[in-house]
Design a binder for this molecule. Structure first.
Ligand SMILES: N[C@@H](CCC(=O)N[C@@H](CS)C(=O)NCC(=O)O)C(=O)O
Length: 195
């Protein structure tokens, strides 16, 4: 989202910081609820992914503009949250990697992707034709999950594929994706996948 709006930022990769690293420093950053990710923007100090995304959405006018849009945004935020919980459980707790991966695909992603594909049948973005912070949040999950599923996650879903391509081609995003500067570590070091 920051690449799209052209807001300058410094990305801090805590896995590069020597011991005691994040756990040694997390109480010293002035964060009320220390966690990763966090955002420091002047006097604004935030943790919790959705709080950060919504703050940036409001700041950069990537937010719903009417009641109907806000309802859709809130509803889809819940859909994404549910999917992320299942995704996170797999990434951190997969016991039988291949069996759990198939379960994640068939039972968690597929039914939701079907609904989202239908939702996008007559829309460019998730909330009507207005780009919002939520488009970036879904894009990011699809993008990393696609790595787990060898680039085939969206194969059956033409509208989602188009949506994914549209976001990938946004100014700033396109350049960022081509730059090779994408963040390598998706999860903490204790994760079974992506850490
Ligand atoms: N609900 C939080 C979850 C944050 C979280 O679980 N962060 C993990 C990485 S994915 C972590 O390692 N946190 C560092 C910590 O607990 O100190 C969010 O959405 O930001």
């Amino acid at each position: 989202m920051l690449e799209y709006v052209g807001d300058k930022y410094e990305y801090k990769n805590w896995s590069d910081v020597p011991e005691p690293g994040w756990f040694g420093e997390k109480q010293n950053l002035g964060l009320e609820f220390p966690n990763l990710p966090y955002l420091i923007d002047g006097n604004t100090k935030l943790t919790q992914s959705y709080a950060i995304l919504k703050y940036l959405g409001r700041k950069h006018k990537l937010d719903a503009t009417d009641e109907k849009g806000r309802q859709e945004l809130d509803q889809l935020e819940g859909v994404l949250g549910d999917l992320r919980v299942r995704w996170g459980m797999f990434c951190y707790m997969a016991a039988d990697f291949e069996a759990d991966k198939k379960k994640l695909h068939d039972e968690s992603f597929t039914p939701v992707l079907k609904q989202l594909d239908q939702h996008l049948a007559d829309k460019t973005y998730l909330v009507g034709d207005k780009l919002t912070w939520l488009d970036f949040a879904f894009f990011e999950l699809f993008d990393v999950a696609n790595k787990l599923f060898d680039g085939h996650l969206l194969d059956q879903f033409a509208n989602l594929k188009k949506f994914h391509q549209t976001v990938a081609n946004l100014k700033g995003v396109k350049e960022f994706l081509a730059s090779g500067k994408q963040f390598e570590k998706i999860n903490g070091p204790q994760a079974k996948w992506g850490g």
